[in-house]
Design a protein around this ligand. Structure first.
Ligand SMILES: O=c1ccn([C@@H]2O[C@H](COP(=O)(O)OP(=O)(O)O[C@H]3O[C@H](CO)[C@@H](O)[C@H](O)[C@H]3O)[C@@H](O)[C@H]2O)c(=O)[nH]1
Ligand SMILES: [Mn+2]
Length: 750
């Protein structure tokens, strides 16, 4: 029994080697620095355009430095769930959280599929409990869950018996009928298919009839006469695994937390904290898995894979949390909206994994309950008091202050902090009254929730902020990327929706950067590693990057209009720096895409979307943070619409527009280039001093137009494919004022 003495590893950490990539990284860095040196040396001979180019290129160089640092040591984890039984006696309990917020933007059938797939995972059912938070307070969602739990009682055994991979029924039944000739399987398959169709049609009917709030009764009475943003807490035990049987269904609990108009509810972070507390009181599992409502289980063994990482390391500090990469299903071909992030995951993602560990991505993540409650890794010892207010020596009074005024909850939290599982199984319905109190909107007032413990408030990207807080206390995190992929979610399939999402991210990230919880402070005063700080900066500066991007996109047009230059002339040797930089950047990008198995078209789409997102969505992120600082408006979490299959009727992937001001910057940049062409070719340029614009500026301007080609099409498109007239008017006005201003000020200088 050699195994008993030294059990095998539950996982391996493998360093990945990409020497060619490193060569490109360094080459581009050297070229960028040479460019900056060259600009500085010749700054005296040149005008404003040169200075602006220098400033923009300094920003790009900084971005490149943080990118290279983030990518430098890529790492991958391999997990061996089949060895779990040799290493541990009993699998630990896991509480699962699913959040949904709007039955229209997030159709209940999607949420229900996610929940069903979770109820059917390959893990002892008595060790799981699934909590669904419904910020939409929708009786339709509740009804759908009740019906879904009935279906899941048939579905889970079917999946386990036949070892089905796709455990979200809509996914399973939308693929071809599996080749299994046994008549028993065929019979069961047909039965399950009928059952699922019946469930889907029931849910569909409920959505269409949209249950009338005045006539709700019985089990639904709690939903009668309420408003979505003004209602008491509703908690319902949809299904309880009373006898604790491992092949029954896990518990399923519905929660709609209290909302009142005057109380901030902190969007998803607020919902997560309520889920944390209610589950703490009911099942108090030491591990928690959280998922957005559209992320279904694609690898039924995922909880076991995660356990390899959570239980397999000698020091639990190594795995403060386990994040699965966010992958999507049914993404459009060649990623026209640049939002599938495959290349990003592969290179930057695995690079960050090699530093202090992946960022928390908001979904598909396994947390340790005690880490969420604010604890530090053991080895931090005496330092803990400076890193967290939740340390070993808290009195009960202090605990009540931090965790809120509920003795029952504080007792469960103390257990969780000691890493103990819930010893005595509880009868769930008996706990509902106490649970109501901790789900109330006044409960957190004056406590540590949102700041010292739980999901962090104050940013629209609560995920990054919460993960940052955890890393700052000295925890590391791990990436779990089994084959097949762990979870799959929806990706926006329409341009404007994707842009709104990017805007929210840029907003939330910038909110973190300017707050006192930024990574620089965390490195100086806490235990965030220096290179992890650079990795956080790489993502937190998304919004700010819009400013040099916009300036650089306007620069060629500016130079042509004012007849000045920001590039060396074609015969000057310095031109080689620019050409080499351009070529190595393009070749490197193509290499990454082709190696990932993507097409050249996908590379181009991503490049162009990166420019369009930066100049439009990210810029609006900056504006909304600016308005927040001025106190003019608060930032909001605009929910991403999940199912847009019918929205783009036949012409999927074509960019569409709406009347949102988000498209003004892009349209203006485009109109400026067009104006510049007219002035350049029409001989309307200003007379030049000695530094006339030339071929370089013209080519750059053409390149900008090509990047903004969807906007060119939008200028001439009709309906949703066209840029609305109001946007064109605003942009024309902006462009004209710009041309007037720059020409009149240049004339003044002559
Ligand atoms: O008031 C709210 C708003 C949102 N949500 C839920 O939050 C999740 C994420 O919202 P979604 O609109 O899908 O945002 P995405 O941009 O797709 O989400 C990404 O970015 C978010 C941070 O901006 C993270 O929280 C997410 O996990 C991550 O997937 C969904 O389950 C929502 O139901 C709530 O529960 N309450
Ligand atoms: Mn989402």
């Amino acid at each position: 029994m050699a195994n008993a003495i030294s059990p095998p590893n539950l996982y391996d950490k493998v360093a990945l080697k990409y020497p060619i990539h490193r060569a490109f990284d360094i080459t581009i860095l050297v070229l960028l620095i040479s460019l900056l040196v060259y600009r500085l040396l010749y700054i005296r001979n040149h005008g404003f355009a040169w200075l602006l180019a220098l400033l923009c290129e300094s920003c790009f160089t900084f971005t490149w430095v943080v990118t290279v640092s983030s990518k430098w040591n890529p790492v991958e984890y391999k997990t061996y769930p089949e060895r779990l039984s040799q290493k541990i006696q009993e699998l630990p309990p896991v509480d699962i959280f699913v959040t949904t917020a709007d039955p229209v933007l997030e159709p209940p059938i999607l949420t229900v599929n996610t929940v069903i797939s979770l109820l059917a995972v390959d893990y002892p059912a008595d060790k799981l409990a699934c909590y669904v938070s419904d910020d939409g307070c929708s009786p339709t969602t509740y009804y759908s869950l009740v019906e879904a739990s009935k279906f899941a009682k048939l579905w889970a055994p079917f999946c386990k018996k036949h070892n089905i991979q796709a455990r979200a029924p809509f996914r399973y039944f939308s693929s071809e009928v599996p080749l299994n000739n046994s008549s028993e399987f065929q019979q069961e398959y047909n039965k399950m298919k009928d059952e699922y169709e019946e469930l889907a049609s029931k849910i569909n009917d409920a959505v269409e009839k949209s249950i009338d709030g005045n006539i709700l009764s019985g089990d639904f009475a709690a939903f009668s006469n309420i408003e979505r943003k003004n209602h008491p807490t509703i908690i319902k035990v949809v299904w309880e695994n009373k006898a604790g049987i491992s092949d029954e269904l896990p518990h399923l609990i519905y929660i709609s937390r209290e909302k009142r108009p005057k109380h901030p509810h902190h969007y998803k972070a607020g919902a997560m904290n309520v889920l944390t507390r209610v589950s703490g009181m009911m099942t108090n599992a030491p591990f928690m898995l959280n998922l957005d409502c559209d992320m279904f289980v694609n690898n039924p063994k995922i909880v076991r894979h995660a356990m390899c990482l959570l239980l397999g390391s000698r020091d639990e500090r190594e795995s403060g949390f386990v994040q699965c990469p966010q992958y999507f299903y049914d993404g459009l071909k060649d990623d026209p909206f640049g939002n599938q992030f495959e290349v990003l995951h592969k290179y930057i993602g695995s690079g960050i994994v090699g530093i202090q560990g992946p960022f928390y991505g908001g979904t598909g993540c396994f947390h340790r309950r005690k880490v969420i409650y604010g604890s530090c890794p053991r080895d931090v010892g005496i330092q803990a008091k400076s890193l967290t207010s939740v340390h070993g020596d808290l009195t009960e009074k202090e605990q009540l202050k931090i965790f809120g005024n509920s003795k029952e909850f504080v007792r469960s939290a103390a257990q969780a902090l000691q890493g103990k599982a819930n010893m005595s199984p509880q009868i769930l319905p008996n706990l509902i009254e106490a649970a109501h109190r901790i789900a109330g909107c006044g409960y957190e007032y004056g406590t540590g929730w949102g700041k010292e413990v739980g999901w962090q408030y104050g940013s629209a990207t609560e995920d990054i902020l919460t993960g940052l807080k955890i890393h700052a206390r000295g925890w590391r995190s791990v990436l779990c990327s089994p084959d097949p992929r762990a979870f799959l979610g929806c990706v926006p399939r329409v341009g404007p929706i994707s842009m709104t999402q990017q805007k929210r991210w840029a907003t939330g990230l910038l909110e973190i950067l300017i707050s006192d919880r930024n990574p620089i402070t965390a490195t100086l005063t806490a235990r965030l590693q220096f290179r992890q700080c650079l990795a956080y900066l790489w993502i937190l500066i998304w919004g700010l990057r819009s400013i040099p991007e916009i300036c650089y996109a306007v620069l060629p047009a500016y130079c042509i209009i004012t007849n000045s230059s920001f590039l060396p002339k074609p015969y000057e040797p310095a031109m080689y720096i620019h050409v080499a930089l351009f070529l190595s950047y393009v070749i490197y990008g193509l290499l990454e895409y082709l190696e990932t198995g993507l097409s050249i078209r996908a590379w181009w789409n991503n490049q162009r979307m990166a420019r369009m997102n930066a100049t439009n969505a990210w810029f609006f992120g900056v504006i909304s943070v600016f308005l927040k600082i001025l106190g003019i408006s608060g930032t909001v979490f605009e929910i991403t619409q999940k199912d847009q299959s019918s929205d783009n009727g036949g012409d999927e992937g074509r960019f569409t527009f709406d009347a949102s001001p988000i498209f003004v910057p892009g349209t203006t940049i485009l109109l400026l280039q067009l104006t510049a062409f007219v002035m350049g070719f029409g001989g309307m340029q200003l007379p030049s001093v000695d530094d006339a614009s030339g071929l370089g500026e013209m080519l750059c301007s053409v390149l900008v137009v090509i990047c903004f080609w969807p906007f060119v099409k939008g200028l001439f498109g009709k309906g949703k494919y066209g840029i609305p007239l109001s946007t064109i008017c605003k942009s024309s006005l902006l462009s004209l004022s710009f041309v007037y201003l720059v020409t009149s000020s240049s004339m003044g200088q002559l």
